[in-house]
Design a protein around this ligand. Structure first.
Ligand code: ADP
Length: 600
């Protein structure tokens, strides 16, 4: 897991969980407190309303009692006037004042009513000598809810009549309706049977029984209290109920639960909001802190990667704390490592170069070995052929001479000549091999001195002249008398001329011509050996200077040779600081030429 995620989780665990717990607990306490306070307020409001009803009813009782006392000592007409006045002063409260005689006949009514009320309960109860308050009923006159209060009028402790007051409930209803029950709340009064005797919807009064309502049940059991329940309409409510024993009424005040606990809900939302805000702040804080912590670590990681790849740049140190110190140490270590790496790379490069050099040397040595190997096989083939031929000729001639049949002197002479030729051939071969091995080993010794090419050419020409005569080949010489002397090794140059003239002789048919020429050319003299012989194909021209190389054709093979002559000559002329060149056309002859430095 990444450090950032770990930090966020860590911060969440150490701060959000306890914080959430604290917020939740305080929310729970506050919720309970708010609930208690809402309930208490509702209960208090209900009790106050109950008291207001009591006060209102007490005022009505007092009115009737006082008027009854007044009636005891007041003349009829005066009393009637007083009742009219009183009723007018309490408009909307009293619908009617009336007087009954002990027989129940109506002797006076502010509504001018007549009749007998002897059967009415309010008459019978008052006649017992006590104030009586009737149940709420719908008025026979106005059709609206009313109560009738009656009280005996006495004179000398004898009941002389009954004072009755028809009291409209509307005035009381306005008092009740002042209670705060919210938009969805309901307040009503039921009688002890559960019938509505007050409701804002007047049409329900005395026509609807709601004794299935929890609060109504409670209140009709003459209880007071507050509680949460589902009311007769199926709504969740907070209800308070208050029993008014004097009139056997139950006052019920119900508030919609959501409305009542709006503060609790608001608190819940606030708490949730605070919790989320806290979580957000903690995550933000954790993010910022982890970024501060991980950024240098990331830089270190990138630095380590770039170090591995070999292009490290020093990481900037952004803080003085332990991470800053670590970054500095890392930078220092990386620098040292890079230095070591550079040194190692240089060493490896040098070692590689050495290795390459050694490899090249090995390849060259290998090539040399291969060459030596082929040299060896060339040498063996040469020896096997070139030694065998003269040796077997010597043997044949010697055997022939030894036989007794041979008596003719000219044959004997021919045999002896054969032996001499073969010995010469062998001597040449051995000399060639010796010269060649010296040149190859770099052990050929040279004595450079002032040399006259005339003398060199004369010696060489003398060597080949007998053979030329034999083949009837014309040898022409074109060397100016005043030819400049050269710097060279006389003996070695004789070998070169012997080889070139020997080859010219060998590879030119009878009756052919050979020209040896020399002439001055700036600071050297140019020597040419030209023949009218068989010539050499173009593609073989470069190879004829290789050791043991012989242009392979049967005619040439018969002529014999070591394949070393040109190689030796080339080595000698190179030692003189020059080179042998050849121009040739097959069937038209060849020209070998080279320069020699003038003496001085
Ligand atoms: P070899 O001992 O065979 O003459 P060389 O090194 O002197 O060896 O010559 C190499 C080969 O070059 C010869 O075998 C021959 O085939 C060719 N060669 C040299 N000189 C001539 C020439 N003047 N005319 C034709 N071929 C020549």
């Amino acid at each position: 897991m990444r450090i950032r995620s770990e930090q966020i989780i860590f911060f969440l665990i150490i701060s959000v969980l306890p914080l959430s717990a604290v917020v939740y607990v305080s929310y729970d306490y506050s919720k309970e407190a708010i609930r208690d306070s809402v309930m208490t307020n509702l209960l208090v409001a209900t009790e106050n309303t109950g008291r207001a009803i009591d006060d209102w009813m007490a005022a009505r009782k007092d009115d009737v009692l006082i008027i009854s006392t007044i009636a005891e000592n007041t003349e009829k007409e005066k009393l009637q006037g007083y009742l009219f006045t009183f009723e007018n002063e309490h408009k909307g409260v009293y619908e009617e004042f009336f007087l009954l005689n002990p027989d129940g006949n109506i002797t006076f009514s502010t509504l001018d009513r007549t009749g007998n009320a002897a059967k009415e309960r309010y008459f019978a109860e008052a006649l017992k000598g006590k104030l009586y308050i009737s149940d709420v009923s719908l008025s026979g006159i106005t059709g609206l809810p009313e109560i009738i209060i009656t009280n005996p009028v006495k004179r000398n402790d004898t009941i002389t009549g009954i004072l009755g007051a028809r009291v409209s409930m509307e005035n009381l209803y306005t008092v009740i309706e002042s209670i705060d029950i919210g938009k969805l709340g309901e307040v009503f009064i039921v009688n002890n049977k559960g019938e509505l005797i007050f409701h804002e919807n007047r049409s329900k009064i005395l026509l609807e029984n709601i004794n299935n309502n929890f609060a109504v049940k409670e209140v009709t059991y003459e209880k007071r209290g507050v509680g949460e329940y589902t009311n007769y309409k199926g709504e969740d409510v907070l209800g308070s109920y208050y029993w008014l024993p004097l009139y056997r009424w139950g006052l019920v005040v119900e508030m919609n639960k959501d409305e009542a606990y709006a503060d609790v809900l608001a608190l819940g939302r606030l708490t949730t909001g605070i919790s989320f805000l806290a979580i957000f702040c903690v995550i933000l804080l954790a993010f910022v802190m982890s970024k501060r912590l991980t950024k240098p670590i990331e830089s270190l990681k990138d630095g380590a990667h770039s170090l591995v790849r070999g292009h490290f740049k020093a990481i900037s140190v952004s803080s003085n704390n332990e991470i800053g110190e670590l970054t500095e140490i890392f930078n220092q270590t990386a620098k040292e490592l890079l230095d070591i790496r550079k040194k190692l790379e240089t060493k490896i490069e040098t070692a590689n170069k050495d290795l390459e050099e050694k490899n090249r040397e090995l390849i060259i040595a290998n090539e040399e070995l291969k060459k030596l190997d082929s040299l060896k096989s060339d040498f063996i083939s040469l020896v096997s052929h070139e030694l065998k031929t003269p040796l077997s000729a010597i043997r044949t001639s010697a055997e022939f001479l030894e036989s007794e049949e041979v008596k003719e002197s000219n044959v004997e002479k021919e045999m002896l000549e054969n032996i001499i030729l073969s010995v010469d051939r062998l001597t040449r071969l051995i000399n060639d091999i010796l010269d060649f091995s010296k040149i190859e080993a770099g052990k050929m010794e040279y004595h450079f001195e002032r040399a006259n090419f005339h003398e060199i050419a004369t010696v060489a020409l003398e060597n080949i002249r007998p053979l030329a005569l034999k083949k009837n080949i014309t040898i022409s010489v074109d060397i100016p008398k005043n030819l400049s002397p050269v710097l060279g090794d006389r003996e070695k140059l004789i070998i070169v001329l012997n080889n070139l003239l020997g080859n010219a002789l060998k590879f030119t048919q009878n009756e052919g011509r050979i020209l040896l020429s020399a002439k001055d050319d700036q600071d050297s003299i140019m020597i040419r050996v030209k023949d009218t012989g068989m010539g050499i194909e173009k593609n073989k021209l470069v190879k004829i200077f290789d050791k043991f190389y012989q242009v392979d054709s049967t005619s040439r093979r018969k002529i014999g040779g070591s394949g070393l002559g040109l190689s030796i000559s080339s080595g000698i002329i190179k030692a003189h600081g020059s080179e042998i060149y050849v121009e040739s056309e097959p069937g038209e002859g060849s020209t070998f030429f080279f320069g020699l430095k003038k003496f001085g």
